[in-house]
Write a protein that binds this ligand. Structure first.
Ligand SMILES: Nc1nc2c(c(=O)[nH]1)N[C@H]1C(S)=C(S)[C@@H](COP(=O)(O)O)O[C@H]1N2
Ligand SMILES: [Mo]
Length: 260
């Protein structure tokens, strides 16, 4: 009987010490084991699944960028009018649209694009209201490329060097887009969700005609989610960045966001 009990105790002790040895081992190698565990998980789309899950979370966020993008009203094409020419900051008359190039800056190599490069992107037309902060608005028909398509195609690189996945991981592109005239005389900053809004276009046509010089030829921005101050004419440079770019009118006391 007592022998049996001793045996039992001995067995129990063994079990305990084996377990604590195991626990010790596990905690000592946790860092390494955790890493080994992570790197031996089945891969989903080229990534171990825990990392993939983090990305999927990102993608949910990304979808919200697009799903929550509320569209501004559009109007029948016949309602379009010629807008007044408003604001000529950064538009000196000495300018040769044929020598124009669009400079793209980001985390990777800077790029220089021609108008043909922009026109190769899907063409989008919309008849929307241009609203000036001065209190007037006008319905205009615009044609151009979505800034989101542009970003996907011509962004100069991402944080980790992989091509940007604009639809699924817009954060790849940075938090802001800065746009400037070729002479740097006018400049606007856009938050990334507004920049990637489906009604934010790089326009080369207005009311069925190539954009005139006064209205921003060869390429201007038109966005329905901001007042006219953000719809910069004659874009010379586009910068994708995590730092808030300078903004001409924000520096002069207007609301930085300028949404409406
Ligand atoms: N380069 C440049 N872009 C600009 C401006 C400007 O002064 N310079 N003014 C802005 C303002 S306040 C408005 S309302 C719209 C007017 O565009 P429109 O001249 O084509 O009507 O352009 C915007 N883009
Ligand atoms: Mo304006």
């Amino acid at each position: 009987m007592s022998t049996n009990r001793d045996l039992d105790v001995e067995r129990e002790m063994h079990r305990k010490s084996r377990r604590s040895f195991l626990m010790l081992g596990i905690s000592a190698t946790a860092g390494f084991a955790g890493w080994t565990w992570l790197t031996t998980r089945p891969e989903v789309g080229g990534l171990p699944y825990p990392l993939r899950r983090a990305l999927e979370l990102n993608e949910k966020l990304a979808e919200r960028y697009f799903k929550e993008a509320r569209l501004a009203p559009t109007f029948p094409r016949e309602m379009a009018r010629e807008p007044r020419v408003n604001g000529a900051e950064g538009l000196p008359s000495a300018f040769d649209p044929l020598a124009w190039r669009l400079h793209v800056l980001g985390r990777g190599e800077p790029r220089q694009l021609t108008l043909e490069d922009i026109k190769r992107l899907p063409r989008v037309e919309m008849t929307t209201e241009l609203k000036c902060i001065e209190g007037w608005s006008v319905i205009v028909n615009w044609a151009g490329s979505r800034l989101s398509d542009f970003a996907a195609e011509y962004h100069s690189g991402t944080g980790d060097g992989t091509p940007p996945d604009v639809r699924h991981r817009p954060r790849d592109l940075g938090r802001y887009v800065g746009l400037e005239t070729p002479d740097g005389g006018y400049y606007v900053a856009m938050d990334m969700p507004s920049a990637l809004h489906p009604q934010t276009l790089l326009c080369y046509e207005m009311n069925g005609e190539p954009l005139s010089i006064e209205h921003g030829a060869p390429l201007r921005l038109i966005t329905t989610v901001k007042y006219g101050i953000k719809s910069i004419k004659r874009i010379g440079r586009i910068t994708f960045t995590d730092e808030r770019p300078p903004d001409f009118w924000a520096e002069r006391g207007y609301d930085w966001y300028a949404g409406h």
